[in-house]
Design a protein around this ligand. Structure first.
Ligand SMILES: Nc1ncnc2c1ncn2[C@@H]1O[C@H](COP(=O)(O)OP(=O)(O)OP(=O)(O)O)[C@@H](O)[C@H]1O
Length: 601
């Protein structure tokens, strides 16, 4: 299949999609039907007075013409007659009404557009919270960001320009045709002939514009995703001297976006000169006919100039048609991408009614759990173990063994595909996710701090906590002393996710956050390798305090810290291949013993 045929097929396939997107978009828009009807009413009023103004100007011009001819014949000076003054007053009032109705309707349209954008943003924000983590595994942050920013901005812009102008253009054309038919039906037919040709061209081009605009938004999302990735990985890029390759790949995405933008702009701009030429031909023909009718006395000077004004008013929307169509097609392409995000399959909803999360004591049981990120290729086939209340469970194994996955399932970031996980005898899938997560506290390697004060960051899981509670959590996490050395102590604002803090300091703050939350079950991803020995000792003490009296899961990277664990799970290829205490596993002389001996022998 040639490239042109493929493009043709693509264009044919986009037509039904465009229609269904347009229908859905109109449904969303109709939620503000009262304000929209007001806009339509005001615009109709604006168009009526816009179209009446040339007719009124014909009366004024004819009066001036008659008065001027009378003055020349009588040899007197030109003076404003009462009739002329009154007609001039009426003409001025038409212009004032036109202006006022235009501005009020434009203001209302802007508010309709912004309210719609706001509702899309709210729906997307709520949706992002309901999407499973698998969605975020598949999509780059920048790509999602582009839908929330660039796509929604385009919809808003198109409504305020494209849709608004389209409604106004339709009003002008209807009014102008009515006025033209009143003055001269034959000349109106000339104008209608030109308009028909223009509309055929617009229709042919608009079919292609949707596909072009969709491609433009896609390339923009790819570019945003890549730039976001490069920004986040800037240190690694420099460390590996990959600046050149990175610039080249950004360059490729920029070129793709530029190409898509160029095609969309070309489709818009190529039509304008063509439309102008066609309308100029219509104007020339009409001017010729008006001249002949004036010379034969069939048309007055005032009517001729009014007719000319009507042709201009009617021609302008035709010249702008490509712009309006492009604008609206671009908005539809953006709306389609927004709906795609809103239609993404969500996490399975919490059961109704759901069981309350047990208040304690924190017994966790995995019962024949089966799971795979891709259900077709299971990672875990039959994972079972029990963590008794207050026990420390260490999870060890080579990289990619499934340690993090086990935690992801416990937190219900992903749902199990077989078997079940119970907390104090209650299956976790029978509880609301929020209730389950309330019982758990996580300290990850990937510490996350947000732009706010140190105190706010510690109180993230308990927004109502008092300053005393925050400070005592910080003391328990061995980070109080460090916080007091900061410029504003607990009120120091952390910028850029706390990037000015060291990895160890960030981890101590996240430990304080979990201590304050006081959960039943603790999950620790041990990450002490990147900190100095003093900080490591402080983190170790803080973690011990955190785990004291609570069921805890520790993803251990160094076996020295887990000799005292009540249960050690040794994992490989998603399966627990050995479980027991340190002593029993050493005695069994299996894989754990081999790993331990490789580290300490
Ligand atoms: N979001 C994901 N989507 C698809 N596959 C994943 C995802 N996360 C992990 N995996 C795969 O699942 C397997 C287990 O990964 P997991 O992160 O649980 O290992 P791990 O034992 O925690 O490794 P490490 O010690 O390196 O952190 C790996 O093969 C990994 O490639």
């Amino acid at each position: 299949m040639t490239a042109e045929k493929a493009a043709e097929k693509n264009t044919e396939m986009t037509a039904p999609r465009t229609r269904s997107t347009a229908k859905r978009f109109l449904r969303d828009l109709s939620r503000q039907r009262a304000r929209l009807w007001l806009v339509v009413g005001l615009l109709a009023c604006h168009c009526v007075f816009y179209v009446l103004a040339p007719a009124q100007s014909a009366i004024v011009v004819n009066l001036i013409w008659e008065e001027a001819k009378g003055c020349i014949a009588a040899g007197r000076a030109f003076a404003l007659t009462d009739a002329l003054t009154m007609q001039l007053g009426i003409l001025t009032s038409y212009y004032v009404i036109q202006w006022a109705t235009y501005y009020v309707s434009a203001y209302l349209m802007a508010s309709v557009a912004e309210t719609l954008t706001l509702s899309f943003r709210e729906r997307i924000a709520a949706k992002l919270n309901r999407l499973p983590l698998a969605f975020f595994d598949r999509h780059k942050a920048g790509e999602v960001l582009a839908r929330v920013t660039a796509d929604l901005d385009r919809i808003s812009e198109a409504m305020q320009t494209g849709l608004f102008q389209l409604m106004m253009a339709l009003g002008y054309i209807v009014g102008v045709l009515w006025a033209m038919l009143y003055y001269s039906p034959p000349l109106t037919c000339v104008f209608l002939g030109c308009m028909g040709v223009c509309l055929l061209i617009v229709q042919a081009v608009s079919k292609r514009t949707f596909a072009a605009a969709e491609r433009r938004q896609e390339t923009l999302a790819d570019l945003t995703g890549l730039v976001e990735e490069c920004y986040a990985g800037r240190n690694v890029i420099r460390a590996f001297n990959h600046e050149g390759a990175t610039i080249a790949s950004v360059g490729r995405d920029v070129t793709d976006n530029c190409e898509a933008q160029r095609r969309t702009d070309f489709l818009t701009n190529c039509m304008n000169p063509l439309m102008r030429t066609l309308t100029r031909i219509a104007l020339a023909l009409i001017a010729l006919a008006c001249g002949v009718q004036m010379l034969t006395g069939q048309m007055s000077v005032g009517v001729a100039q009014a007719f000319f004004q009507y042709v201009n008013i009617g021609a302008e929307p035709l010249c702008q048609a490509a712009f309006m169509v492009n604008n609206l097609q671009g908005a539809l392409a953006s709306a389609k991408r927004t709906y795609e995000l809103l239609d993404e399959p969500e996490e399975t909803p919490d059961p109704v009614p759901c069981l309350p999360a047990p208040a304690g004591p924190g017994r966790v049981a995995f019962e024949s759990v089966r799971f795979g990120y891709d259900p077709a290729t299971p990672l875990m086939e039959d994972v079972s173990f029990v963590a008794e209340p207050g026990q420390k469970v260490a999870i060890v194994g080579p990289t990619g063994a499934g340690k993090t996955t086990l935690i992801n399932l416990l937190m219900r970031f992903y749902d199990v595909q077989g078997g079940r996980i119970c907390l104090d005898g209650t299956p976790t899938e029978s509880m609301a996710r929020a209730d389950l997560r309330d019982t758990m506290g996580m300290v990850l390697q990937d510490t996350w701090l947000f732009g706010g004060t140190v105190a706010e960051n510690i109180a993230y899981g308990c927004p109502g906590a008092s300053r005393e509670q925050v400070e005592s959590a910080a003391k328990a996490a061995c980070v109080d002393h460090f916080i007091r050395t900061l410029a504003h102590g607990y009120d120091t604002v952390l910028d850029n996710e706390g990037s000015a803090l060291s990895q160890g300091q960030r981890q101590l703050l996240t430990i304080a956050r979990v201590i304050l939350r006081d959960p039943q079950v603790i999950i620790l991803d041990e990450a002490t390798s990147s900190v100095d020995t003093r900080t490591e000792a402080a983190i170790g003490r803080a973690m011990d305090r955190l785990m004291h009296g609570r069921t805890s899961f520790v993803i251990a990277h160094r076996l020295s810290t887990i000799r005292d664990a009540d249960l050690i799970l040794y994992m490989e290829h998603g399966t627990i291949v050995e479980q027991g205490t340190h002593e029993s596993l050493l005695a069994a002389d299996g894989k754990y013993a081999a790993l331990y001996n490789s580290q300490f022998a």
